[in-house]
Write a protein that binds this ligand. Structure first.
Ligand SMILES: *Cc1c(COP(=O)(O)O)cnc(C)c1O
Length: 424
């Protein structure tokens, strides 16, 4: 038995399923998870001494690759000055100024500790501001694991085959309405059936938790228009897309301005961080200024802020960064598509910028239902093949592949070569 297997046996005795987040258990690919010992640049290493080219990147945060020297230096310096004070610090001001400067729709921002918390808090602010209770989400979009949002919620649940979740009372989800991604009519119908009751639409501007599903032309603009017509707020959940597609996220990339935005993943540089922000008049509803309560013992943690500031600063200071990353990623995904075509493997490869997914289906994947036509058995074979070749991709059909600045042309060529030997 290898070290990963031994650790997994130990872990299963004391941690539910042996993991602290379900997809990590490799359940849907029927394998034992690799236990990771360290990572550097584009590489991740397991306790058994294997080296992989990492396309998970901690599920998004590591856009600069692992262990970027400027991020590490900032974290080390901050740690030496104290791990947490539970008091206001200059780093929090710098972080907030940075976010407001980079993302024009954000006039005020509050730091929290995870994407889940950011979304939960943004929805509370939207409800407090509008005085309405209902929210609209899209099937297949994931917005963290808070009660109200665990409805048709993407990868973790799709992968595990859990319908929603046990332990969520009906009362918690009765105000959550579900629409179909890329289908504006489904949204209009919900507004018609619930006149003057909808506080907000929340959407992943590029869905990345049912595999990557792109917004079709006019979809995000249509949501903006419908919100304006109905005095509802538009919330972009940019926990994955923020600082990923472009410096100013999917809202910059697609040029649609939401009222509120949630962030996570990249803004923490690998530390546990989330943030929500938007129009001043909405954010002024948040305590201590306004009646919407929200707090956090470790929010704005100095070490986490240091990591986030360092990462965002690197991204901001290199204007070519996204052009280069996106061009490199486009070439990679197009080449992958050609290879699968040449092998006669039916698939739909959705990609934008440094995010992409291969669905093993003959259908065009544009929503939750079409994503579910994927042959997960084929995905399993693909995953097993790739990990044996030293390519570490997400152990689920319904997650994104993340390309970072640290992936070299040689890394990408090695990955394509591995895909070239694939038999499914
Ligand atoms: C990851 C993710 C979340 C949840 O963030 P956590 O930090 O895992 O709580 C929310 N929304 C989207 C779009 C995500 O990808």
């Amino acid at each position: 038995m290898g070290k990963s297997e031994q650790l997994f046996e130990r872990a299963k005795k004391v941690i539910p399923g042996g993991v602290n987040s379900p997809v990590r258990a490799f359940g849907s690919v029927g394998m034992t998870p690799r236990f990771i010992s360290r990572a550097k640049g584009s590489r991740i290493f397991d306790v058994d001494g294997n080296e992989y080219i990492d396309f998970i990147g901690s599920w998004g945060p590591m856009i600069l690759g692992h262990g970027h020297p400027l991020v590490l230096d900032a974290v080390t310096k901050a740690a030496q000055e104290g791990l947490s004070y539970g008091a206001a610090t200059e780093r929090e001001v710098i972080m907030a100024e940075l976010i407001c400067e980079i993302v024009p729709s954000i006039e005020m921002v509050r730091m929290v500790n995870s994407g889940t918390e950011a979304v939960m808090s943004a929805i509370r602010a939207a409800r407090g501001f509008t005085g309405k209770d209902k929210i609209i989400k899209f099937a297949g979009c994931y917005h963290g694991h808070s009660d109200a949002l665990l409805v048709a919620a993407g990868s973790g649940l799709m992968t595990q085959g859990i319908p929603g979740s046990a332990g969520v009372p009906e009362g918690c989800t009765k105000d959550t309405l579900t629409a179909v991604y890329n289908d504006l009519d489904s949204v209009k119908q919900l507004f018609e059936a619930n006149p003057n009751e909808v506080a907000a639409i929340i959407v992943e501007p590029v869905a990345a938790n049912m595999g990557v599903v792109l917004p079709e032309d006019g979809f995000l603009q249509g949501l903006r228009r419908i919100c304006d017509e109905n005095e509802a707020l538009l919330i972009f959940d940019e926990v994955i897309t923020g600082f990923r597609l472009a410096l100013d996220g999917a809202q910059g990339y697609y040029n649609v301005k939401p009222d509120l935005t949630t962030f996570g993943k990249i803004i923490g540089g690998g530390m546990p961080v989330g943030a929500y922000g938007g129009r001043k008049e909405i954010m002024e509803q948040v305590a201590p200024l306004g009646p919407v309560y929200q707090a956090g013992t470790l929010s704005g943690n100095p070490v986490a802020m240091a990591a986030g500031i360092a990462q965002l600063t690197v991204l901001k200071n290199f204007p070519q960064f996204y052009k280069d990353l996106n061009a490199k990623s486009d070439r990679f995904f197009e080449e992958m598509h050609n290879i699968l075509n040449s092998k006669g493997i039916p698939h739909c490869l959705n990609h934008v910028g440094s995010l992409g997914s291969i669905f093993f289906t003959t259908e065009k994947v544009r929503d939750y239902a079409s994503a579910q036509t994927s042959h997960t058995r084929k995905f399993r074979m693909y995953f097993k093949h790739m990990i044996e070749k030293g390519i570490y991709i997400a152990p689920s059909q319904f997650e994104a592949m993340f390309i970072s600045a640290a992936h070299t042309e040689a890394d990408l060529a090695t990955t394509l070569e591995a895909a070239g030997d694939l038999i499914v």
